[in-house]
Design a protein around this ligand. Structure first.
Ligand SMILES: [Zn+2]
Length: 262
């Protein structure tokens, strides 16, 4: 068994309204009326010679108040450089989950993690090609740049593409949404993007209007919670603000799961 760690790389908290614009707010501030409060936490997993990211953060795609420096500084704080990221798994292809893959810090597009293999759902990537023309100009440029320059590898519906990591297509929030699991016998954690984006979804199951398939999302969420509880996995919640890593330690029919912060 080897030593391994998982850490959230907090990029900030945002008020996100129906227009899907990300307006930065303070960590303790409520969102605007009718808007969602979403934080952004890509996760770094360090294990032996692997430095893995689960989702890539917001990057600099969202206007003046987001920059690529945040993720690079967060990685440096954990002793990891941009060249040392070996693999990046993307739960789904929304730009707040993959924006950090490339940046324009120097005035032109560059890969943020030049040596990383980027793992995405094959179905999702192909679908993104058919949808990309509806996106903003910078999102289109970003996608075409990644598509041609990055080392993109496709995941099948259930896959174990590298040591210790497995993936599964769960759908729900998007048609080809992935759940991503790490298990090296020592550290066990799972990330399910927006299907378990915040801890509020643990004991309040709801069909969300922003999901592509709301019922499917509820079912996948239930299955993942049970799996995490039964197998002692840490849940990594990408959009949670204060404690984005937790375990489900107990269950009873009345009060649901007991959530323990990690
Ligand atoms: Zn999201």
């Amino acid at each position: 068994m080897s030593n391994s760690t998982v850490v959230p790389l907090y990029e900030g908290t945002f008020s996100v309204a129906i227009d899907k614009k990300f307006n930065r707010i303070d960590r303790n501030e409520p969102p605007a009326k009718g808007a969602l409060k979403l934080s952004i936490n890509p996760f770094l997993i360090k294990s032996d010679d692997q430095n893995i990211l689960f989702d890539a953060g917001i990057g600099d795609l969202f206007g003046g108040d987001t920059t690529i420096e945040t993720i690079l500084e967060n990685l440096a704080d954990n002793g990891v450089s941009d060249y040392e990221i070996s693999d990046i798994f993307i739960s789904h292809l929304h730009f707040d989950h993959m924006g950090g893959l490339a940046n324009r810090e120097n005035g032109y597009w560059e890969l943020t993690f030049p040596d990383a293999t980027i793992w995405v759902s094959e179905g999702g990537w192909k679908k993104q090609h058919t949808l990309i023309d509806k996106e903003s100009e910078s999102n289109r440029d970003f996608f075409h740049f990644i598509d041609s320059m990055a080392n993109i590898q496709f995941l099948s519906d259930e896959d174990t593409p590298i040591n210790n990591v497995s993936t599964k297509t769960i759908g729900g929030h998007t048609e080809f949404h992935q759940a991503i699991y790490f298990d090296n016998g020592n550290l066990r954690c799972l990330m399910a993007g927006d299907v378990i984006g915040r801890r509020i979804s643990i004991n309040r199951n709801f069909a969300a209007k922003y999901d592509f398939m709301p019922k499917q999302s509820m079912q996948a969420r239930d299955d993942l919670k049970k799996f995490a509880h039964d197998n002692d996995y840490i849940i990594l919640a990408y959009h949670e603000t204060d404690f984005p890593m937790f375990k489900l330690t107990d269950f009873d029919n009345k009060s649901g799961y007991t959530v323990k912060n990690i």
